[in-house]
Design a protein around this ligand. Structure first.
Ligand code: NAD
Ligand code: ZN
Ligand code: ZN
Length: 362
């Protein structure tokens, strides 16, 4: 058993509490990882707000990390102690019908469709003050050591800087992949991105890399515009500057609506606006933001009848165990620069300060 620090969420609406926790050794088919760095994704905040489905408290959140394998359980062959890894918040068992389908990245042996607060054998490896603490998405990267199923870690290049490539655990691949894999943005096309957090800015990078000629970035926080422009946005607009709905503004700006729209906020109103912003026939709208658990959207069905496509994505469509190591190699070859997404670096003791910065849009 390892004793180390972790940021524990004891109850909905409470700040995280940095505590000493006990982390049991990995069982068969599991890996214990020393987490070196982790990002904060808005999804972790949804957990603290109680908006994320199937979370049982107390829980150790965090799902955008990078670390080093400390020990492995019986039967683990794909990684060994000392290997650098990225924990995968969508696993890839390699054998289920979705893993065998080249179009899918939704492993059926995952936590996504059911309670994900315990490891696959329905037990936890964490305790704190004598109480069982739950896992989050099987990765719980807000702990200095965490236990993960073998098929939910990806071995990466030993040269990778862990404090940078941790972003390849969620935010960057989600946004970049939403543009490249899910929308399949074509050269010369027009795109609109609603929400310019770490994930939305990664969508901007994906649209730019795919050769979009017009990239319209939308946020109510204008402080986000400078970075969006640096990454390739051609127009930056705030819905607060217009009297009419933003979908009408975008339709006027582009003639018939954009070719591809992306909602990267997680709000039912902006989801509906993003759908109506892409052109009525060949337009594609990709939902990336995570709406509050239980939310319902009502739309005019004519929006879809005329031909629009509405799709969602988890993690940008990448088969994570196969693709994350390749993305790390592309990062090392400087094919993209995800470092621009890093605004602050804090020690674990200041994790709540990190959340304050996120909520303040900084
Ligand atoms: P973030 O909070 O950093 O960014 C959200 C941005 O949206 C902010 O800049 C905010 O100012 C802006 N915004 C809020 N309300 C707005 C409105 N009404 N109009 C325009 N802009 C508005 O969040 P993030 O970490 O970039 O994550 C974005 C979303 O993506 C979250 O919902 C997160 O849960 C989700 N997410 C989904 C996946 C997935 O696999 N689908 C993966 C990661 C994150
Ligand atoms: Zn995330
Ligand atoms: Zn699978």
């Amino acid at each position: 058993v390892i004793r180390c620090r972790a940021a524990v969420a004891w109850a909905v609406g409470k700040p995280l509490s940095v505590e000493e926790v006990e982390v049991s050794p990995p069982k068969a088919g599991e890996v214990r990882v020393k987490i070196v760095a982790t990002g904060i994704c808005r999804t972790d905040d949804h957990v603290l707000e109680g908006f994320f489905p199937n979370v049982v408290f107390p829980v150790i959140p965090g799902h955008e990390g990078a670390g080093i394998v400390e020990s492995v359980g019986e039967g683990v062959t794909s990684v060994k102690p000392g290997d650098k890894v990225i924990p995968l918040c969508i696993p890839q068992c390699g054998a289920c019908s979705f893993c065998l389908n080249p179009e899918s990245n939704y492993c059926l042996k995952s936590h996504v469709s059911g309670p994900q607060n315990l490891l696959p054998d329905k037990t936890s490896r964490f305790t704190c003050k004598g109480k069982q603490v739950h896992h989050f998405l099987w990765v719980s990267t807000f702990a200095e050591y965490t236990v993960i199923p073998e098929y939910a870690v990806a071995k990466i290049d030993a040269a990778a800087p862990l404090d940078k490539v941790c972003l390849l655990g969620c935010g960057f691949p989600t946004g970049y992949g939403a543009a490249i894999n899910i929308a399949k943005v074509k050269p010369g096309s027009t795109c609109a991105i609603f929400g310019l957090g770490g994930v939305g800015l990664s969508v901007v990078m994906g649209c730019k890399a795919a050769g979009a000629s017009r990239i319209i970035a939308i946020d109510i926080n204008k402080d986000k515009f400078a970075k969006a422009k640096e990454l390739g946005a051609t127009d930056c607009i705030s819905p607060h500057d217009f009297k009419k709905p933003i979908q009408e503004v975008l339709t006027e700006m582009t003639g018939h609506g954009v070719d591809y729209s992306f909602e990267v906020i997680g709000d039912v109103d902006t989801l509906t606006a993003a759908l109506a912003s892409c052109n009525m026939n060949t337009g594609v709208c990709v939902m990336v933001g995570v709406p509050a658990s239980g939310s319902v959207i009502s739309i005019n069905p004519m929006l879809l009848l005329s031909g629009r496509t509405w799709k969602g994505t988890l993690l940008g469509g990448w088969k994570m165990r196969d693709c994350i190591p390749k993305l790390v190699s592309s990062y090392l070859e400087k094919k993209f620069n995800s470092d621009v997404l890093i605004t602050h670096t804090l020690p674990i003791a200041k994790v709540n300060e990190g959340f304050e910065l996120l909520r303040a849009g900084k």
